[in-house]
Design a protein. Structure first.
Length: 365
C-alpha cells in the first residue's frame, strides 16, 4: 500500500470533471480510460492505492488529455466560473472567468481605440483642409495687394490726393478705376477676416494652436490682436496713396496667421506620422484580439497566458502601424491608403514580422 502524491491527488480531483467534459463535448473517449480513472478514484477513497493503480491512472489520464486537445487542463480550469469582488469593493461580487474578464477589457479597449482613432482622423482631415484654405486666402490677399499697387501706380491723370472717389463729376474712366480700387480693398479685408476666422477654428484649438485674439475682447493685447473688419478711410485718394495702413493691417494679419498655420502643420505632421498610425495599428490588433478571444471562449482554448500574449500583440500593433507608415508614405501599390495599411498591419502582424525577418536574414548572409 502507498499513498498518492500531491500531483496525483490534484489530477484525481480534476479527472472526473474532465471525463464529464469529454463525454459532453467530444465523443470517442475509450471506455478503458474511464474504467481506469474510476478505479483510481475508488482506490483512493478505500485506501487501496498502489503503484499499479498509479501507473494505470496516469496512463489513462494521459490518454484523456490527448483526447481533449486542443483543450488543456489550463484552459479548462480558466473557463470555470468563479466568484470575483467588484471593482475596488464597490458593488456586489459576481461570477466570471478569466476569458470573460479579458473579453470585456479588450472590448472596452477596442471601443476606446475606435473613438480615439475616429477623432484623430477627423482632426487630421479637417486640419489639412484648414491649412489649404488658409493658403488660399493668403493667395487671395497677396493678389489683392498686388492689384492695388498696380492700380495706384497707373491711376488716371485727373485723380489727385484730394479727389473724392465717389464724386459724380469724375469721368467714367476715373469712376471705373475708383470702383476697382474699392473692390480690391474689400477683397483684401475679406481675406484678412477669413484668415482670422480660420486661425481660430476649433480644430486648431484642439491641436493646441495659440488663439488669435480679437482686439474687442477684454484683456486683448493691442500689439498682437486683430481688428475685425478694420477699414481705413478710403473716400479720398490721399488715404489710399499715402496712408498704407490697409496693407500694413493685412501683412500683420498674414504673419500672425502663418505662425499659427505652421504650428498646426507641425502638429498635424506628428499626428499623421506617429500618433494616428499607432492608434490604427492598435485598433487593428485589438480587433484581431477580440475576434481571437471569441474563438478561444467557444473552443475552451483560452490559456492563463493568453491575456498577456494578447496585450503584447496590441503593443506590437502600434509599432508596426508606425513602421508601415514610414515605409509606405504614399500607400500601397494595391491602392490601400496609409491609414488602411496601418490598420491591416496591426490586424495581421505575423506577415509584417515575417517580412522583417526575411530582410534581416539577407543582411546576415
Amino acid at each position: 500500500m502507498s499513498n498518492p502524491t500531491q500531483e496525483a491527488l490534484r489530477a484525481l480531483d480534476l479527472s472526473g470533471c474532465l471525463v464529464r467534459f469529454a463525454t459532453e463535448n467530444k465523443a470517442g473517449l475509450p471506455a478503458d480510460v474511464i474504467r481506469k480513472i474510476e478505479s483510481a478514484i475508488d482506490a483512493r477513497a478505500n485506501n487501496k492505492w498502489t503503484v499499479e493503480t498509479a501507473t494505470d491512472f496516469w496512463t489513462a489520464y494521459d490518454l484523456l488529455c490527448s483526447h481533449l486537445k486542443p483543450v488543456t487542463v489550463d484552459t479548462y480550469k480558466g473557463a470555470q466560473l468563479t466568484q470575483h469582488d467588484s471593482f475596488h469593493g464597490f458593488g456586489p461580487s459576481y461570477l466570471s472567468s478569466w476569458p470573460l474578464r479579458c473579453a470585456r477589457r479588450f472590448t472596452v479597449a477596442l471601443f476606446v481605440f475606435l473613438i480615439v482613432t475616429a477623432f484623430s482622423l477627423f482632426v487630421a482631415s479637417e486640419g489639412a483642409t484648414l491649412v489649404k484654405e488658409i493658403n488660399s486666402f493668403i493667395l487671395q490677399g497677396d493678389t489683392a495687394v498686388s492689384d492695388l499697387r498696380t492700380l495706384l501706380k497707373n491711376k488716371p491723370s485727373e485723380i489727385t490726393d484730394d479727389t473724392v472717389l465717389t464724386d459724380s463729376k469724375l469721368t467714367p474712366t476715373a469712376r471705373v478705376w475708383g470702383n476697382e480700387v474699392n473692390e480690391k480693398v474689400i477683397r483684401l479685408f475679406s481675406a484678412s477676416d477669413n484668415l482670422y476666422a480660420k486661425a481660430n477654428a476649433t480644430v486648431f484649438r484642439i491641436l493646441g494652436v495659440t488663439p488669435y485674439q480679437d482686439c474687442n475682447a477684454e484683456g486683448a493685447d493691442p500689439r498682437t490682436c486683430y481688428w475685425i473688419g478694420r477699414l481705413t478711410d478710403q473716400s479720398k485718394m490721399k488715404e489710399l496713396s499715402e496712408n498704407l495702413q490697409n496693407f500694413f493691417n493685412y501683412f500683420e494679419t498674414r504673419r500672425a496667421v502663418e505662425t499659427r498655420r505652421d504650428q498646426a502643420s507641425t502638429r498635424l505632421q506628428m499626428l499623421n506620422v506617429c500618433i494616428l498610425p499607432a492608434f490604427l495599428g492598435m485598433l487593428g490588433a485589438c480587433t484581431y484580439v477580440v475576434r481571437m478571444i471569441s474563438e478561444q471562449v467557444r473552443d475552451f482554448t483560452f490559456a492563463s497566458t493568453s491575456g498577456l500574449r494578447h496585450l503584447l500583440r496590441v503593443v506590437l500593433g502600434s509599432i508596426v502601424g508606425i513602421i508601415v507608415t514610414l515605409l509606405w508614405t504614399k500607400g500601397s501599390p494595391e491602392g490601400f491608403s496609409v491609414s488602411a495599411l496601418s490598420f491591416i498591419a496591426g490586424y495581421s502582424i505575423e506577415p509584417v514580422f515575417a517580412t522583417f525577418d526575411a530582410f534581416a536574414e539577407k543582411f546576415r548572409r
